[in-house]
Design a protein around this ligand. Structure first.
Ligand SMILES: Nc1ncnc2c1ncn2[C@@H]1O[C@H](COP(=O)(O)OP(=O)(O)OP(=O)(O)O)[C@@H](O)[C@H]1O
Length: 406
């Protein structure tokens, strides 16, 4: 794992201060360190992300005023594809957030492509400290405060299946085509529909309609997302078909946990024909285990930050157990499991926990864990200071933190 945590405890402490904050996305630790020094001197809070997924998680957790974006994060990558894809995701999530591209390897042509895609400026590496500092000040001065992103709209994708589905969704998003999204409960149909709306040219509102509770169709345009579309009353199905047939300026995205064939048997044939030009099918989570590590890391960081608790260390055996797990509600179940792990501070289920002696009496392990936790909290998770207070070396403290999932 990389150094996502390096300054986060300190920075999280300051997150309520009125200083502006920026997210610096770059895989190079030296570059991160140089930037941190520069912005600290200028009174700007800086958080680091070392790859795409960390950047998305940081955006889910914090409210930033600016993103500085290198365009390559994997070893040897120079074509800027990773950065351009991340830029697109950032602009979907936070259309108003200024993004400045800071790049060396990719060259000016790709930096210009990034500006065409929505970046507000670019700086070549190695940068001139005064120039970069002044550019950042200028952007921050002209910026009104940003509202917090909804973590719920973040879509983490790692598996080939999801990459293919999202690429197809992105391709169709700017059209007015109605869509059906099939997938079991909690698999991500709603987040995908939100992404399609965000990428569409539709400036109207997004309306989330629970088909079962719907007793009349909404008025006005925008994107109408029907959840469990098959539950829409037959009379409303007919009305919807009439309105779509009549060319109403509305984009309909129909979500269902049924497969397409079953849906077809339940929907008014005319409505099925109008809605079902394209069907995107999201597989259950256990059919795409490659998504599990990325989702687990995302939720771990998100909930640790949201609850102000340390992230339990995720060892390979925990990950293997997650990948082998059954997820009746798919990503929703995984999310709940990770939130519980963060809240409990451990991956063990209470019945298996070796931390408790069974009769409620604290064990030596409990006492040690609690001492360590208190020392870490007293020092805002600064490991050096906590180790000094506990009379331990840093490595000895790290070993105990790992043991107790701190
Ligand atoms: N790829 C993903 N990345 C991040 N979060 C996700 C992803 N997929 C799903 N989630 C999260 O999992 C939860 C369930 O997702 P969502 O509501 O989109 O599922 P759904 O298929 O619409 O479920 P239902 O059919 O029960 O309404 C949400 O909290 C959502 O943010």
């Amino acid at each position: 794992m990389n150094t996502f945590h390096n300054e986060s405890a300190e920075d999280i402490l300051h997150q309520n201060s009125s200083n502006p904050s920026l997210l610096f996305v770059d895989d190079d630790q030296d570059v991160q360190a140089a930037a941190r020094l520069l912005f600290r001197r200028r009174g700007i809070k800086m958080l680091s992300a070392y790859d795409t997924q960390e950047a998305l998680t940081q955006l889910a957790i914090h409210s930033f005023d600016l993103v500085l974006l290198d365009l390559n994060y994997s070893k040897g990558a120079t074509n800027g594809a990773e950065g351009l894809a991340l830029l697109k995701d950032i602009l979907i999530l936070r259309p108003d957030l200024p993004v400045v591209v800071v790049t060396g390897h990719s060259g000016v042509t790709i930096a210009v492509e990034a500006m065409r895609a929505g970046a507000c400026d670019f700086v070549m590496k190695p940068w001139n400290n005064d120039r970069l500092g002044n550019l950042v000040d200028k952007i921050l001065d002209g910026r009104k405060s940003e509202t917090m992103a909804e973590s719920e709209s973040i879509l983490i994708i790692a598996s080939p299946d999801m990459k293919r589905i999202v690429a197809e969704a992105d391709r169709l998003a700017p059209t007015r085509a109605p869509l059906i999204i099939c997938g079991p409960s909690g698999s991500g149909k709603t987040v995908l529909a939100q992404r399609i709306h965000a990428l569409s040219r539709n400036t109207g509102p997004i309306r989330m309609i629970y088909a079962e509770e719907c007793n009349r169709l909404p008025e006005g345009g925008g994107t109408w997302i029907f959840r469990d579309v098959e539950a829409l009353a037959p009379s409303l199905q007919r009305q919807l078909a009439d309105r779509l047939d009549g060319g109403e300026a509305v984009r309909v995205i129909a979500l269902t946990s049924q497969d397409r064939k079953t849906l077809e048997a339940q929907l008014e044939p005319r409505l099925m024909l109008l809605l079902g030009m394209v069907t995107l099918v999201i597989p259950p989570l256990n059919e795409r285990p490659d998504d599990i590590p990325a989702l687990a890391m995302h939720f771990l960081r998100y909930f640790a930050s949201r609850h102000g608790l340390p992230e339990p260390v995720m060892e390979p055996r925990h990950l293997a157990a997650l990948q082998a797990g059954l997820w009746p509600q798919n990503v929703r179940s995984l999310r709940a499991t990770i939130e519980r792990a963060v809240l409990m501070g451990t991956w063990e289920t209470p019945s298996e926990s070796p931390n408790a002696s069974g009769d409620g009496t604290p064990t030596l392990r409990d006492a040690e864990r609690s001492l360590i936790e208190t020392a870490l909290r007293n020092h805002s998770f600064n490991v050096t200071k906590a180790a000094r207070e506990l009379g331990l070396t840093r490595p000895a403290l790290y070993r105990r933190m790992a043991r107790y999932g701190l």
